[in-house]
Design a protein around this ligand. Structure first.
Ligand code: EPZ
Length: 423
């Protein structure tokens, strides 16, 4: 297993391109199942999660070609059983459920494994698909959905105890595109990635309105056709590099971003004392570390509020920001694995009941730390950028799941990092 050695102290300058969104790419790749015609999807990041989804689609019978960021998928013929071993290892593969059910009238998908950020139930996904007429059975670790009489539109409220569900909204929206009649999803997720999926589906001939709001209306159609689509920028990768620049940057420019999607992340970075300048078009920003810094209170919540996927990275920024900061995660209350590792480096953090209370310290010190999940790993890389000494971050595969060439991008900005292949 590779590790990353980060020598703290370098000042980051220069510019990089932000990649296409991993979390928009995954459901969009799955949506290609809904048609037998070719789909061309551009700016799909070359990360293990998207390559995993490509493996699953190929195992379902799709013909998939990737050339750099462009993926061509043809699902002329697909089977209705997703490969157990592949699906159980990546939670997001659950989003093949809706398209497979709509296309084949039946699908078998393994129950997704939990992960360190918390229990990952799928009860809301199943509530929605059952409302469309699917019968749900569990056997041998698999979920089997059948709709022998096809799917029929319904009014569905997808709110769970932690609010809306992103992939649950995606699954129901995809299935509803081919259902008979009108489907209304109340308490829908409004993330930009859901809107990007809806735009992709509408380009395929679907009839979806309201995506990007809490109420989505889908009028079922008979069939969908092939399409070409470019995925939106990855707002979490952009936010991660904005935090890196706030920690160690003196004018870091990020190209191919979307200001609209970065509002709450930008507000948090500016409120803690740093500077963020966007260009007129809002597709490029330059970040400068501030002089007078202050702690923050942040509470994650569904979009358009502050994203849970940027909670760990902001914590890494705040551990060396003077004052007290309070970070609450209302979506994944257990998503604090990074804190134990940051404490190894000298951070002063107390975690209790879904909230981290941080007391800023002057500087962290290098220590051998272990990545545990995608965003926690990113937080450790950020913290290491200004820590004294060389920090070794093991289990780098967590980071490679969702960040395209993160070490190369950091090197381009002047960071002193090296990827060490495990012997
Ligand atoms: C998506 O996961 C993202 N993944 C996650 O990003 C992100 O953290 C999450 O949305 C929240 O924004 C992708 O888009 C591939 P949810 P998803 O269903 O859809 C509960 C990353 O780092 N819930 O919106 O699986 C759930 O436990 C990843 O890129 C139910 O109770 O998350 C959580 O508390 C990590 N029942 C809340 O809802 C359900 O059926 C939100 O989860 C489904 C979810």
């Amino acid at each position: 297993m590779d590790k990353l050695v980060v020598h703290g102290g370098a000042t980051l300058r220069g510019s990089i391109n932000i990649s296409g969104s991993k979390n928009a790419s995954l459901p969009i790749l799955a949506a290609a199942i809904l048609t037998g015609e070719d789909c061309i999807i551009r700016r799909v990041p070359d990360v293990s999660d998207t390559n995993y989804m490509i493996q699953i689609l190929s195992a379902l019978g799709a013909d998939v070609e990737r050339s750099s960021g462009t993926v061509r998928i043809s699902c002329a013929e697909v089977i209705d059983e997703a490969p157990y071993e592949l699906v159980r290892r990546m939670r997001a593969s659950i989003c093949v459920m809706g398209p497979l059910l709509a296309r084949k009238g039946r699908c078998v998908v393994s129950l997704p494994g939990g992960c360190v950020i918390g229990d990952r139930p799928v009860d809301l996904h199943l509530r929605g698909l059952e409302a469309l007429g699917a019968k749900v059975e569990f056997e041998g670790g698999n979920i089997t959905l059948t709709a022998p009489n096809g799917l029929r539109g319904a009014e569905i409220d997808l709110r769970g105890t932690h609010g809306p569900t992103v992939l649950g909204t995606d699954n129901v929206m995809m299935a509803a595109t081919l259902a008979e009649g009108i489907t209304v999803i109340e308490s829908a997720a409004a993330e930009p990635e859901v809107l990007d999926l809806a735009n992709f589906l509408n380009a395929m001939g679907a009839k979806i309105t309201g995506a990007g709001t809490r109420r989505i209306v889908i009028e079922g159609v008979k069939e969908l056709h092939g399409v070409e689509h470019t995925v939106i920028p990855d707002r979490i990768e952009a936010g991660t590099f904005m935090a890196a620049a706030a920690l160690a940057g003196d004018g870091v420019t990020l190209r191919r971003v979307c200001r609209e999607h970065l509002k709450t992340i930008t507000a948090a970075i500016v409120q803690s004392g740093h500077r963020v300048d966007f260009n007129e078009a809002g597709d490029t920003c330059t970040v400068y570390r501030g002089e007078t810094l202050q702690g923050l209170e942040i509470s994650t919540a569904p979009y358009p509020a502050y994203p849970t996927d940027m909670q760990a990275q902001m914590t890494a920024l705040l551990v060396t920001t003077p004052g007290i900061s309070v970070i609450k995660d209302t979506i994944f209350p257990q998503r604090f694995m990074h804190c134990a590792e940051l404490k190894r480096m000298g951070a002063d953090i107390k975690v209790d009941n879904g909230t981290a209370v941080v007391r800023g310290v002057a500087q962290l010190s290098a220590a051998p730390v272990m990545a545990s999940d995608l965003r926690a790993s990113a937080a450790l890389v950020l913290a290491a950028l200004t820590a004294k000494g060389a920090t070794e971050i093991s289990r780098l595969y967590h980071i490679d799941r969702g960040y395209e060439h993160i070490d190369e991008k950091l090197l381009m900005l002047g960071a002193n990092v090296e990827r060490v292949k495990d012997r």
